[in-house]
Design a binder for this molecule. Sequence first.
Ligand SMILES: [Zn+2]
Length: 214
Amino acid sequence: MKTITLGKSGDQPFKINGIGVSKVHATVTIDDYGRWILADCNSTNGTFVRNETTGELMRVGPQGMQISEMSFIVLGADNSAGCCFYAKQLTNPGDYVDEHLYMRNKKLEFDQEEENVTKRAKWVRLSIFIVMLVFTIGTVFWQLADPKSTGMMFHVYRGLSLLTMGATTFYDAQGKRSKIIKKRKLFSQCPNPECDRKLSSDEIENLKCGRCQK
Ligand SMILES: [Zn+2]
């Protein structure tokens, strides 16, 4: 078993300077079974770990939480203003290869998600267009057959515009896209704990931060 103390006077292998970080902030214990447990040491501003699906930060209490080597830890703030690093840096400092590959995989996953949303939105629009077209042609023939039917047609058109509104409301492509963009940002922090930059898409693709070159 091995315990690493995190904080301004902790024994982690990198410097922690964040203003919100306590002297003794949290601990990571790696037990004899290889399980990693992160626990808060009653720090002033809290210890957080990123949810690897949603990207949101979850608070970790003194009772501790099981994490993995690739868990993203944030000390001192529930956003990127805190001290951010991957747990792996505690045992393998200085080598950021796995973190960069992990970030690139996440980015590809979100890019794919965005592409699917765009494709589905296109299908929704096309389906609405076809339904409207069929009804328009239908009502033309209907009016030709029965010239007194204009009042009825008004109701049909109103129904159709409701259908269009309904389809675009239920399939909110713009909303889905902005959620994906937000998620992509949450997975773009430079893996170097001493660099607090958000990486650009190009940097993530190229597996390197332009500022710290790590
Ligand atoms: Zn950097």
